[in-house]
Structure formats: C-alpha cells, structure tokens
Design a binder for this molecule. Structure first.
Ligand SMILES: Cc1ncc(C[n+]2csc(CCOP(=O)(O)OP(=O)(O)O)c2C)c(N)n1
Length: 620
C-alpha cells in the first residue's frame, strides 16, 4: 500500500534528461541520474552538508540548479538537514531528501532520520562512502563494513538500507529505496554511495524507471469489513472518533460522517492539526498534554463505539495505554498500517486499507442505506462553514475543557505560556502552520494553542495538517529544522516554530539557513533559562532538582548577530504591539525571544504518572 503523492508535480521521463542543462556536464555522472529521479518526483530541494566524498552529488545539484531543477539547501548540521527534509515532506506531500558525507556527516544524520522513521515520514537519505577500492585499507573517514559501518548504523531507523557497490545497481536500488519510502509503513530509505561510483559515467541517459507510475497509491480496502462497519455505525448508541496521524487523507469525509451521525470527535496529539477546534463536535486531544473533555467524551456511559483512525495507539495517544478510555471492546480500529493494528488486540473490529477509500466507500454505503438521512448534515455543515469563527469568538471553544482556562486572560508579566498560546491563535492568520518542539512547548501548544482553522470538513491538500510535533521520538530541536523545510514547501504560508531556549542552544544554528533562504518563519522561543520540561518533571515527580539550569541568553540579540530580526517579548502588551501582518509578509525570519513565566506548571501530569515516582529526593 502506498501514499498518494501529488501527481501534478511528477515529471515524465522524457522531460528529464541529465544532459539537457543549458550548461551541461559533458558527460553525465551517476549523481546526475540520482538528481534526475528526484526531478521526476517533483522534489525541489535536497538538504545536506558538503564534504569530499559527497562532492559529486553537490556538483550534480549545482548543474541541476542552473537549469531550474532540484537544488541543494545547505544545513549547518546534518541532523538539521534531516529535520528540514522531514518538515518539507510533511508539508509538501513529496519525498524529503537529505544527504551527508561519509563518516561524521552520516552519523550526524541519524537522529533526524530516526525521528522521521518514528513519524512515518518519506525520506531518501543519501550518504557517501570513500572510494570502493579503499574499503578495508584505513581510508580517511572510511565508513564501509570494515570501518564505522554506516549502513549498519542505519539499519534500525530505515525501511530500506543499502550500499551501492556497482554502477549497474544504482537505478534498481535507488528506485527500490524511493518506493520503499512511500510504501506503508512510510519511512526513510538510505542508500550509501562510494565516491567513485557517484562520479562514474551515467549508465543511462535518463531515468529508466517511471516512478510516477510505480508510486501510484494502492487503494485497496476490505469491502466486507466496511459492510460490518456500516452496520456497527447503524446500531451504535454513541460514537466517538479518535483521529490519529494517518487520518489526514480521509479527514474531509470522516468529519462529514461524524457530523451526520453526531459522533463526538477527539484527536491524538498528532491528529490535532486535522480538525478545527471550533468544530461543534470536537472535544479535545486525548493523551499527552490532552484535555479532560476528551477523557469525559470517552467515559460517557452512552458511548458504546470508539473508532480510532490512523493511529499507532502509542503511550502518548492513549493516556499511557489507559484501558478505560480507548483500549477496550468498544474499539473499532481503522488503519492502513498493519503494525498499528497489532496495538489493538482488544478491538471488536479491525478495518484495514487505504483510509481515504475506506471512508469514501463507507459514506457511499451509509447514504445508500439512508443512515445519513437521520439528520440533515450537509445543510448544517454548510451553515457552520459559512460562519467561520471570527477572532472575537475565539475565547469560546465549544466543547474543549482547558486546565486553568483563566490564565488565557492573565495580563501579568512575565507573560504566562497559556496566555502566549492563546494570543498566537488570536493574532496569527488562520492558515498559519505551527511546528512545535520537544519540551514544554509541546505541552503548552497541544493543550492551549487552538488555531482558528476554518476548514470544518471537505478535501485537504496533501496531508492537510497545520500542527506538527515530533512525538514519539521527541528530539529537541526538530521544529527548528522542520520549520525551514516547511517554509520551503509552503511559500506564502506563515510558518511558526515554537521552541525552547534549550532546543535553540542545541540546534538553533539552522536559523541561519532561514536567513540565507529568506524564509518567512517566526521562531518563538519560550525562554525560561532552563530545560523547563526537565525542571517541572523533577518538581512534579519529587526527583532531585539537577541539571536543568541554562544560562540567561538574549536570543533577540543573538538573532540580530546572526542577521535576523529579533524582538524581546516580556508581556501580553509587547505581543499585542507586534505588527503580525508585517512579520508574516516580510522575507526572512523573525525571532521572538519570549520571556515566559518559568514557574507556570505545564500540563504534563499524565507523563509524570506514566514515568512513575522518582527515587531521588527526600521530601524533607
Ligand atoms: C535530543 C534530546 N535530548 C534530550 C531530551 C530530553 N528532554 C526532553 S525536554 C528537554 C528540555 C527542553 O528544554 P527547552 O528546549 O529549553 O524547552 P522547555 O522545556 O524549557 O520549554 C530535555 C532535555 C530530548 N527529548 N531530546
């Protein structure tokens, strides 16, 4: 089973010829063929860091850029390159591509690749090796199986992983890698290419494989299971839909069905960006930093059917595998990924297949059986759509219960993170895309950031989310690189990266890529001079208060030194005074160094409960 990629972006083999450049290389090399395949797929950018062994790929990308083909975006650190490719893939629906040189370049990629693996992001990861003849002879940065074995290191975070050791292997292995990246379960593929092989003359003049054709998504589903599902819905007393990370492709029809049968809707943290929080049936997020209203929706004694769609039912999506909520006999689990279905042995029904096709078929059958006619959903939905929530209405989320909701309106200085999240929602345009980093950012944003997405139903572009996090791998710094990739994928769309001071001190150098590429990214740094999630985690669990302090850093000044606009925000009034329209229109990033109240306790109690009590601190 595969993932839809935007076919309009694919180029036919005839259009792509490595030697058709206005300034052609006299003899196309193997690296030119790799780039030609990327162009066939509509890939615009390769994210990476240069080095000796990967040089032929950079040369090919230079040739490609000159004729308007895919071009290199140089990251500052290879993990940043992988995060950028991840953000690009999530927001374009295309293949994310990153590359690194042999040895330390390749090892630096691993965290970013592992993150994409855990989140099912389609990446092509290209690393170089020293020349084939040097293997086993102690070459500088040798990374073959007789050196620091790079292919070995990528084994556990890729769907396809190989060293190309002969020019004739290149096309079949490259095509297999790209196809594996898009096959369910989607994820990164890694190919490792020796320097001499990258430089060798191309064995073909143009790509032999038509990947546009081979990558057409397999739209298979089980019609019998859908028939049972339709019956279940017809008989159900009360239904709750749980929307997960994979539900994006089906979300329009899914919401229409939910509306028609008056099902309640909750999302996992990953599903948050698919559903407008102002949807009249939305009850909040379940799991990590989620809402009690979502828990209450599941505990409602009238609910006899819980339909989880496109979710791996992980710890963070199930409130720590809480059997009272999702994981019980009320569950119907609908998914394209087999391994996700193995997480729900207690489900009374599994429906497996291409999610968009399943929901289209279910809607068709429900209409045919007049199940839709119980309510006039279309009219009501149209009415809702014609009345998008206006800014003044944002204070009222119809069915989402927030912890400490009054803090939304707290005017005090330093600004409360709750107030910050509320104001971002209020001040930024509705089409803003949010990338939220590991740390307290994630807890505050999952709980309190409610973008006024005007789409209540209907088709979405690509995967359609406007809110992304790196849960489950949860690497610090992900959002900084991913925001760069997102901005390149979606020019003209405001991109907001919410991150912590610790994450910026770890991975903030990628800000200079946003400057260089003149990207409209607003970096919002929750500056609390601490690894805040660690600090609050220690406080809540009674652990030793150790290792969380960070130096006081003026990130606005740092941004200025790097060449970006940097502003300090200390109070709600400072935020209100910003000209958001100008920030979202200007070429180049803006850094908001937000001095948040460091003592506000983030909504992370469920995480603390799951981690268990600390042994560390005496309670005296
Ligand atoms: C690469 C990495 N190292 C360590 C951790 C563990 N960790 C999770 S959150 C966190 C603190 C994050 O601090 P900061 O970026 O300042 O955000 P804050 O929580 O203060 O908002 C740490 C160290 C991690 N998730 N990823």
């Amino acid at each position: 089973m595969g993932q839809d990629i935007p076919v309009s972006r694919l180029k036919s083999t005839a259009e792509i010829h490595p030697s058709s450049s206005p300034n052609p290389s006299p003899k196309p090399e193997a690296a030119d063929i790799i780039v030609a395949y990327l162009e066939q797929l509509g890939v615009e950018y390769v994210f990476g860091v240069p080095g000796g062994a990967i040089e032929p790929l950079f040369n090919a990308l230079a040739r490609s850029a000159r004729r308007g083909g895919p071009r290199i975006v140089v990251a500052r650190h290879e993990t940043g390159a992988a995060f950028m490719a991840d953000g690009y893939a999530r927001n374009s629906g295309r293949l994310g591509v990153c590359c690194a040189t042999t040895g330390p370049g390749a090892t630096n990629l691993i965290t970013g690749v592992a993150s994409a693996y855990e989140n099912h992001i389609p990446l092509l990861v290209i690393t170089a090796q020293t020349a084939l003849a040097s293997f086993g002879r102690g070459a500088f940065q040798e990374s073959s199986c007789t050196g620091v074995n790079i292919v070995g290191m990528f084994e556990y975070c890729t769907r396809y992983n190989t060293l190309v050791s002969h020019p004739d292997q290149l096309e079949p292995k490259l095509s297999a890698a790209i196809m594996a990246a898009f096959q369910t379960p989607v994820g990164p593929s890694h190919i490792s290419l020796p320097l001499d092989l990258l430089r060798s003359p191309a064995t073909v003049a143009a790509p032999s494989y038509d990947l546009a054709n081979l990558l057409q998504a397999d739209k298979v589903y089980d019609p019998e299971a859908i028939a049972v599902l339709k019956e279940e819905l017809a008989q159900a007393r009360g239904v709750v839909f749980v929307i997960g990370e994979g539900a994006g492709e089906a979300i329009g029809t899914l919401l229409e069905i939910a509306f028609a049968i008056r099902a309640k809707i909750i999302t996992t943290p990953h599903g948050k960006g698919f559903v407008s929080p102002y949807h009249p049936l939305f009850c909040g997020v379940i799991g990590f930093a989620g809402h009690t209203s979502a828990i209450q929706a599941l505990l409602d004694p009238n609910v006899d059917t819980v339909i989880a769609v496109g979710t791996a039912l992980t710890e963070s999506a199930t409130d720590g595998w809480n059997a009272d909520l999702i994981l019980n006999r009320r569950l119907i689990h609908i998914d394209a990924i087999e391994s996700n279905l193995t997480k729900s042995p207690m489900a009374r029904l599994h429906v497996r297949g291409h999610l968009a096709s399943i929901f289209d078929e279910l809607a068709r059958r429900m209409k045919a059986a007049d199940i839709y006619s119980l309510v006039p959903p279309k009219n009501e939905l149209r009415q809702e759509q014609s009345k998008p929530p206006r800014v003044a209405q944002l204070r009222r989320l119809p069915n989402v219960e927030l912890e400490d909701a009054a803090k939304h309106e707290d005017d005090s200085t330093p600004i409360k993170p709750q107030r910050l999240m509320y104001d971002l929602t209020r001040l930024f345009p509705p089409n803003t895309h949010y990338l939220v980093d590991t740390g307290n950012s994630m807890t505050w944003a999952i709980h309190y950031l409610h973008p006024h997405d005007r789409r209540l139903a209907g088709r979405r572009d690509t995967k359609g989310s406007i809110f992304w996090t790196p849960l489950e791998f949860a690497s610090m710094g992900w959002a900084i690189g991913a925001a760069v990739g997102a901005a390149l994928a979606k020019p003209g769309t405001p991109i907001v990266c919410i991150t912590g001071d610790g994450s910026v001190l770890m991975s903030g150098q990628e800000l200079t890529v946003a400057i260089e590429q003149e990207l409209t990214v607003i970096f919002i740094i929750l500056n609390d001079s601490a690894l805040g999630m660690v600090k609050h985690g220690q406080r809540l669990s009674g652990a030793e208060p150790i290792g969380f302090q960070l130096p006081r850093v003026d990130f606005a000044a740092l941004a200025g030194a790097l060449g970006a606009q940097g502003l300090i925000i200390e109070s709600p009034a400072d935020l209100e005074a910003l000209d958001i329209h100008t920030l979202c229109a200007r070429r180049g990033p803006t850094v908001l160094d937000v001095r948040v109240d460091p003592d506000e306790v983030p909504p992370m109690r469920s995480r603390i409960r799951i981690l268990g009590p600390a042994q560390g601190r005496s309670q005296s």
